[in-house]
Design a protein around this ligand. Structure first.
Ligand SMILES: Cc1ncc(COP(=O)(O)O)c(C=O)c1O
Length: 388
């Protein structure tokens, strides 16, 4: 088991990841497969651990943004199908083929360049259609007609076709419906002009939770797998129950009483008005616990206590209701006794979306993986491997 030498850590509840996958699988039915979206270190939760938990729970494949992420999963021993959703350089396509990693394509010149590469194994490709996201994808019927002949070569296999929705999590579904119609129009041409079957996947978490009747073969399940709803609208609709997998923990490393009118941290922005107990936590903005967290609360002894003074690069201070021993556990995200701080609440405080919060908690922060309340693995990116 890896070790870490610092009193701040992330905990990932793998039972919750599995629960969320099972909830979605039951909701969408057996006919549809699930791509577990594990890009960006599984939204900050940990690539291999989440990927394995998702596969255990019934996901059939994985999706990442970049080829490096897919190769990382292969090195970790993951053998399931992996799709790269983002851009890959044509000269790197052969590496993907060697490792049975499927790539996305969305430009004709990319296909032309890839056809000129040498492959030991055929390369599996997914055609991305831009139906209104305005990011990557072919946009017209003519685009599709002009690229299909380039796929007619033994080194390339058209495995899938997909699109991505921009507003599937919103209350107003008019733009979503327009994207769907556009997809139907483009896909019809593909179906008419391409003889082989291809797998279709259009739905992200929001669309898969809300519109399970869609005809696609796979859904791409990201934020919901981590136990977070893609928007307040979807959270209120509550199409399925989800359990937050991510929590953030620390310990008091210093506790002291300040006199009245003493200041805390850079800029001396916080001043005590009477004698106060101040605790120091070894976590700061370099860990993704950003400066905007000043004024937010953490849990100590199951009670909310405010973060006072500016958040430093590696530390921050909290105002305590009494003296607590050094080593007392503090929960920054998650539950402690009967209290709970959700990822959503943190996102609201810093005026962003829940997706961003676990992604912000960087590689310096060790990850601890739990099942049935027990630690099953720890991951310290700074000092991987066995104890020193
Ligand atoms: C192409 C694509 N598919 C699926 C997802 C997963 O979306 P969500 O996390 O909302 O389920 C993403 C995430 O950004 C994406 O870019």
């Amino acid at each position: 088991m890896d070790h870490f030498y610092r009193d701040s850590w992330v905990e990932i509840n793998l039972d919750h990841v599995e629960y969320n996958i099972k909830q979605l699988a039951a909701h969408i039915g057996e006919d549809k497969g699930i791509y577990a979206v594990v890009k960006a270190n599984a939204y900050g939760h940990g690539y291999a651990q989440v990927a394995q938990a998702a596969l255990n729970a019934g996901a059939s494949a994985l999706a990442v943004a970049f080829l490096d992420e897919a190769l990382h999963l292969r090195k970790a021993g993951i053998q399931a199908a992996i799709l790269v959703l983002g851009a890959t350089r044509p000269k790197d396509a052969a590496i993907a083929a060697d490792h049975d990693i499927s790539l996305t394509f969305y430009r004709k010149d990319w296909l032309e360049a890839v056809r000129a590469e040498q492959f030991r194994k055929p390369l599996q490709l997914h055609m991305k259609l831009d139906t209104g996201m305005g990011r990557l994808g072919f946009r017209t019927v003519d685009d599709i007609r002009s690229v299909l002949p380039l796929l007619d070569t033994p080194s390339l296999i058209l495995e899938g076709v997909y699109t991505h929705f921009a507003t599937a999590d919103e209350a107003d579904l008019s733009y979503f419906e327009r994207q769907r119609s556009k997809f139907d129009e483009l896909f019809k041409v593909l179906r008419e002009e391409w003889p082989d079957p291809v797998i279709v996947h259009t739905e992200n978490s929001a669309a898969s939770m809300r519109f399970a009747a869609d005809e696609s073969d796979f859904v791409r399940f990201g934020i919901g797998m981590y136990g977070l709803y893609p928007s307040k609208t979807v959270k209120e609709e509550h199409p399925i129950a989800l359990r937050q997998a991510f929590s953030l923990h620390s310990r008091l490393v210093h506790v002291k009483q300040l006199e009245a009118h003493e200041a805390v941290s850079y800029g001396a922005t916080y001043e005590t008005d009477k004698p106060e107990w101040i605790g120091t936590l070894p976590i700061g903005y370099a860990d993704g616990w950003i400066r905007k967290m000043q004024g937010f609360e953490v849990l100590v002894d199951g009670k909310r206590m405010p973060i006072v003074g500016r958040v430093c690069m590696d530390q921050c201070m909290v105002k305590l209701d009494k003296a607590y021993p050094v080593g007392t556990e503090v929960v920054l995200i998650g539950s402690q006794l009967d209290a709970f701080i959700s990822v959503d609440e943190v996102a609201d405080w810093v005026d962003t979306i829940n997706y961003e919060i676990p992604c912000l908690i960087g590689a310096r922060m060790p990850r601890v993986y739990k099942r049935s309340g027990q630690i099953v693995e720890t991951d310290n990116a700074l000092n991987p491997g066995e104890s020193l």
